[in-house]
Design a protein around this ligand. Structure first.
Ligand code: AMP
Length: 390
């Protein structure tokens, strides 16, 4: 049986275009396929992770306007799994009547860290202090105002911490500016956070909002390593986080799922670090641990289907399998049997042929019953080893 929908086309399966065919695109395509949709991907790599699940991959850059128009000709609606999608091309498509979710206007605000933070601040949503910086004199001035350490952030094309430089003293300002030479930058006050937390929250095109539980994230060298669901926080912090997430969704336009990353400060103040207008790594646990996954919720949101308020069916821990330092190229992963012997363990492998340092190659979710989540994480890290393929 095939899914039909009179909003899109009569007697034909819905055709979903996804910009980006990485692991998020793959898991989104898996959900779309469960509902027998046609899936067309735009990605620079023909054999990207989503290629094994999709009907077609258009080879091209996420920013290539013509390739995005080519994608639009083949599908009923477009979404994206990456912020690098060309917002101008998507805006043109939306103006010509093509459905694009989340809205390209929201994408263009989120794509630029300065615009994003400014938007949040203007909507009275708590964020760390920040300032756009245009030259060295201004950097000196703002650094003295904020006090050290300060983070210099590249406003665009920066994700997984690749766009951050920690300035510890005025002696490091020149080096930091050289590091981002020619790029638009902002300075942000360093938050001495107790915890990093996040929420996945969705809105459908009718405006209904529903959110997943607040989870706790542990980063290593700016990359997400572990998510613990639910977050080990007080009811007060949980309420503040949900309030910030809901107010953010009420301020920004567009439908789909959003990942909202936050800091819990020393005084239990909650501040937004970053918004992602797409499924998020810290929402992977929802596949096994929640009544609905972040990927299905995204598809329901953009097709304007009913969206249940997700419930946490089991406590869980998600551990990313990352490419080790010093290894680039073909790899093998060992320890799968030992990991799967852990009660409640599920492994997701993304099918990337080559590893790179810190590249996300897969993840493990473990449904926790009475075991200690961090001890379980340590076991997984001990078992799963990425090595050079011989
Ligand atoms: P980003 O790419 O900006 O989301 O940052 C990646 C990681 O850097 C975050 O998850 C935090 O661990 C850290 N980070 C970012 N901004 C700040 C900040 N203002 N204060 C302290 N740590 C930060």
């Amino acid at each position: 049986m095939t899914l039909y929908d009179d909003k899109f086309s009569v007697n034909k399966p819905i055709k979903l275009g996804i910009i980006g065919g990485g692991q998020l695109g793959k898991m989104l395509a898996m959900e779309a396929k469960r509902m027998s949709m046609k899936v067309v991907i735009l990605d620079p790599t023909l054999n990207c992770p989503a290629s094994s699940i999709s009907d077609k991959v258009i080879e091209g850059s996420f920013s290539d306007e013509q390739k995005i128009y080519e994608l639009a000709k083949e599908v009923d609606l477009i979404t994206y799994e990456i912020e690098l999608a060309n917002a101008t091309a998507l805006d043109n498509l939306e103006r010509s009547g093509i459905q694009v979710h989340p809205s390209p206007r929201t994408l263009s605000i989120i794509q630029n860290k300065y615009r994003q933070k400014k938007f949040l601040r203007e909507n009275n949503i708590n964020v760390p202090d920040f300032e756009q910086v245009l030259d060295e004199d201004q950097v000196n001035k703002v650094c003295s105002e904020f006090g050290y350490p300060v983070l210099l952030k590249a406003c665009e094309n920066s994700y997984d911490g690749r766009g951050n430089y920690l300035i510890r003293s005025s002696n490091e300002i020149k080096t930091a500016l050289e590091y981002f030479s020619g790029r638009e930058c902002m300075l942000e006050k360093f938050v001495n956070f107790k915890k990093e937390i996040s929420i996945m929250i969705a809105r459908n095109t009718s405006g209904c909002i529903s959110y997943f539980p607040v989870v706790e994230n542990i980063h290593e060298e700016h990359i997400l390593k572990t998510t613990i669901a639910p977050a080990r926080i007080s009811g007060d912090v949980e309420r503040k986080a949900i309030d910030l997430a809901v107010r953010t969704m009420e301020s920004i336009k567009g439908s789909g799922i959003f990942g909202i990353e936050m800091f819990v400060g020393e005084d239990n103040e909650v501040l937004i670090n970053e918004i992602a207008p797409r499924p998020h790594n810290s929402g992977h646990y929802t596949i096994e641990a929640c009544s609905i996954s972040q990927f299905e919720q995204h598809i329901r949101a953009i097709l304007d289907y009913p969206m249940p308020q997700p419930s946490l069916e089991s406590e869980a821990i998600m551990i990313n399998i990352l490419g080790p330092a010093g290894l680039t190229g073909p790899y093998v992963l060992s320890g799968i049997r030992e990991t799967l012997a852990l009660p409640g363990a599920r492994i997701h492998l993304y099918g990337k042929e080559d590893t790179k340092p810190k590249r996300k190659l897969g993840h493990v979710t473990i449904l926790i019953s009475d075991n200690d989540p961090l001890a379980t994480r340590d076991k997984v890290e001990q078992y799963l080893i990425v090595q050079e393929a011989k």
